[in-house]
Design a protein around this ligand. Structure first.
Ligand code: FES
Length: 118
């Protein structure tokens, strides 16, 4: 496991999320209040980029597409594809696909850089 630079810490404001490529992996980093979090970038349901519109509250991240919700502590699925928003077959795909947890990365603010560990 190695720490990798993601971006300048000053570029990530509270309440914001960014998707970045780090050593060939797509990673989402976010700041909620003073707390940083880092996850894999794409929803495990139908690969929507979570940095584009996901809501973060109650230590969970919720995908905007079909509302799949993951716990930010361990990535476990809280709710799997409850809403058929877009595309409309999303709920069907959710029902047919296996629930998959979101990968969570260790994250830190080190000398002005946000870093993830993998
Ligand atoms: S793509 Fe995220 S819930 Fe469907």
């Amino acid at each position: 496991m190695t720490w990798h630079n993601v971006m300048k810490s000053s570029k990530l404001k509270p309440g914001k999320k960014k998707m970045k490529s780090v050593k060939g992996k797509m990673v989402m980093v976010g700041r909620q209040g003073t707390t940083l979090f880092a996850t894999e970038a794409l929803c495990r349901h139908m690969r929507w980029p979570l940095a584009w519109g996901a809501k973060v509250e109650d230590d969970c991240v919720r995908c905007p597409l079909h509302q799949t919700t993951y716990n930010l502590d361990d990535g476990s699925v809280v709710e799997w594809s409850p809403f058929p928003l877009f595309p409309p077959y999303g709920k069907l795909v959710g029902a047919m696909s296996k629930k998959k947890d979101l990968k969570i990365y260790e994250v830190r603010d080190h000398e002005g850089m946000i870093q993830v560990n993998f």
